[in-house]
Ligand binder design. Structure first.
Ligand SMILES: [Zn+2]
Length: 80
């Protein structure tokens, strides 16, 4: 019977382009109130941290403002 041993560590994932098609992060621009949508298929995560707090930069093209929002990439492995 297959088993998984050990714990998934925290830390940076050695992936330059962590692309997630059809996933979006949306937030309201704190400067102008515009609803901004970031396509993670295009504006991918670069070397994200797994199972730990990280930040993603959202950009507002209406007023040329950017800000960081906290995110967490959860990585888990299951036997099926
Ligand atoms: Zn804005």
């Amino acid at each position: 019977m297959a088993v998984i041993k050990g714990n998934i560590p925290k830390g940076e994932i050695d992936v330059k382009k962590f692309i997630l098609d059809d996933v979006y992060i949306e937030d309201v621009c704190p400067k102008c109130g515009n609803m901004c949508s970031m396509d993670l298929g295009i504006n991918y995560l670069s070397h994200p941290k797994m199972n730990d707090k990280d930040y993603y930069t959202v950009y507002c093209d209406k007023c040329d403002h950017d800000w960081d929002i906290p995110i967490k990439v959860n990585l888990n492995i299951q036997l099926l």
